[in-house]
Design a protein around this ligand. Structure first.
Ligand code: HEM
Length: 490
């Protein structure tokens, strides 16, 4: 029904087959891509940031044949793929946050990971969740989390010193940053101890591999049956994570009732629980889902922003020096905290440019809950949408000839859009009412961690680095990030 209406509106795309839709083509494109990227591992001096056709080869190919707005099929579910920011602007103009849905096929598929947390929830429930959670992310609350971030980062950097003192020159930075970001989110969001935080992190990452590392059959009829083992494993991991969060939440409630933690720093969970007596309260089940959503959404995205930044700074040592100089001037001998890092403007440009070239969230999904008019075109109720952020960030029409170069200075004059030709062309944190709730938290963590790294170490690319960005829900380095690291003698 939806497909026929979209076709009547003149929207086209690759021909689907039943029951897989275009999934076979996607698998074939990906296979071709990974065969060719294997050989490029050996040539580390040819790192290209022109990644669209590498990370989503199927979308890049279909865009060439059908334009920047086209239909493709996941099984029997049609998706409208959008990489035209002006189309997106018109489409989003009249739709409120609460009126956006999320594709049903993903809600089921991602349930063990996000449950019905803020990323997935819709309608009036979304308003209720968002209004309970938003105050927890206020600048004053975030400020209090700075010292925990500094402590976890310093522990990581002390570990790097020990590794280097043992005679090694190379550090596998990806796993180091992911572990530290997991620890930071566990402490700042839930006051979770190190051991439980590690358990959640390990299970979430295993679940991510189970769900997203192999070929996926989302949208294919009866896929639940032939992906039974995989789904069961994801559910089993999801249940274990739920149980860990349930213990944490109940402990918090008990200690709150007993008058504990008075005067201590408040974490996100404490702040959400503070709303207990108000009618907007979340149920314990909903709180568990929000905890999972924060844990996954909060650690991985920020960690990846840092990881890709470290690669880009390793390739561009002059920017490492510029940032070190800025840190000296802005922070000097003061402690690194939420207040002192606020003046690091060049570091903000570097974060924006890194998220442009390597967006942690490489796409956003929506479902139309009502018909949406975009000029002459009507997007019918029920349409699934796939917004291709990687494509827009690498579109020469939007960014000009330097599109694939690392040029943080493009954000100097235009801090929000980086000089992009369209106001909807740069969306690292999403758009409209459903924009990322954690963006200030992540900016603070990014600046604290990067400041401490740059103050103690310099780094360059390892000859063993293999440039192989992959989408596994988020955009990650497929083969890790080894860097050659040297201590700085201040
Ligand atoms: C560099 C770091 C981050 C990036 C690039 C990022 C990116 C995004 C994007 C693109 C969206 C919109 C998704 C959509 O429209 O479908 C989003 C939503 C969201 N993000 Fe983030 N995020 C980051 C950090 C965080 C952190 C630190 C947290 C929490 C601790 C967080 C929690 C969320 C939540 C709960 C939503 C859903 C908001 C809603 O629908 O109302 N994110 N994020």
């Amino acid at each position: 029904m939806v497909y026929k209406k979209l076709k009547r509106n003149g929207l086209n795309g690759p021909s689907p087959s039943f029951p897989l839709g275009n999934i076979n083509d996607m698998v074939a494109f990906k296979k071709k891509r990974s065969d060719s990227s294997l050989s490029s591992c050996l040539i580390t001096n040819t790192i290209s940031h022109d990644i669209h056709s590498n990370v989503v080869p199927h979308l890049a190919q279909w865009q060439k044949s059908h334009g920047k707005v086209f239909i493709y099929w996941l099984g029997t579910e049609p998706f409208l793929c959008i990489a035209d920011p002006e189309f997106l602007k018109k489409m989003a103009a009249g739709v409120l946050g609460k009126s956006w849905g999320k594709p049903d096929v993903f809600r089921n598929d991602r349930k063990p990971m996000f449950g019905n947390g803020l990323i997935m929830v819709e309608g009036d429930d979304w308003i209720r969740h968002r209004s309970v959670i938003t105050p927890a992310f206020s600048p004053a609350n975030l400020k209090a989390m700075g010292s925990l971030m500094v402590a976890s980062t310093n522990e990581m950097l002390d570990r790097w010193t020990s590794i280097l003192n043992s005679g090694k020159k190379e550090i596998e930075v990806e796993s180091e940053i992911i572990t530290t970001a997991g620890e930071i989110i566990a402490k700042t969001s839930f006051g979770m101890d190190y051991e439980n935080g590690k358990k959640v992190l390990h299970k979430l990452r295993t679940m991510q591999r189970v769900l997203f590392a192999s070929n996926r059959y989302v949208g294919v009829p009866f896929s639940k049956i032939f992906c039974y083992k995989k789904n069961l494993e994801a559910k089993r991991l999801g249940d274990k994570i739920d149980a860990l969060f349930l213990i944490t939440i109940n402990d918090r409630i008990k200690s709150k009732e007993a008058g504990g933690r008075a005067g201590k720093e408040k974490n996100l969970l404490d702040l959400m629980l503070a709303d207990k007596d108000c009618r907007k309260t979340l149920t314990t089940r909903e709180l568990v889902d929000e905890c999972k959503t924060f844990f996954f959404g909060g650690h991985e995205t920020t960690a990846l922003a840092l990881i890709w930044t470290l690669l880009l700074l390793a390739l561009n040592p002059e920017w490492q020096n510029q940032l070190r100089e800025e840190i000296k001037q802005v922070i000097g001998d003061q402690v690194v905290d939420a207040t002192t890092i606020a003046g690091l403007k060049k570091m903000e440009w570097v974060m924006s440019e890194s998220l442009r070239l390597y967006p942690s969230a490489p796409n956003a999904q929506r479902q139309a809950k009502d018909d949406i008019r975009v000029g002459e075109v009507v997007i019918p109720k029920g349409t699934n949408m796939w917004i291709d952020i990687v494509s827009m960030n690498h579109d020469r029409d939007l960014w000009g000839d330097t599109v694939n170069d690392f040029r943080p200075e493009r954000f100097e004059a235009d801090g929000v859009h980086g000089g992009c030709n369209s106001k909807m062309g740069y969306l690292p944190f999403g758009f409209g009412g459903r924009m990322c709730i954690g963006r200030n938290l992540s900016a603070m963590e990014y600046k604290i961690v990067l400041t401490l790294i740059l103050t103690r170490f310099s780094f360059s690319p390892s000859p063993y680095y293999c440039h192989s960005p992959v989408v596994m829900l988020s955009l990650r380095p497929g083969k890790g990030l080894p860097l050659l690291v040297q201590p700085i003698n201040n």
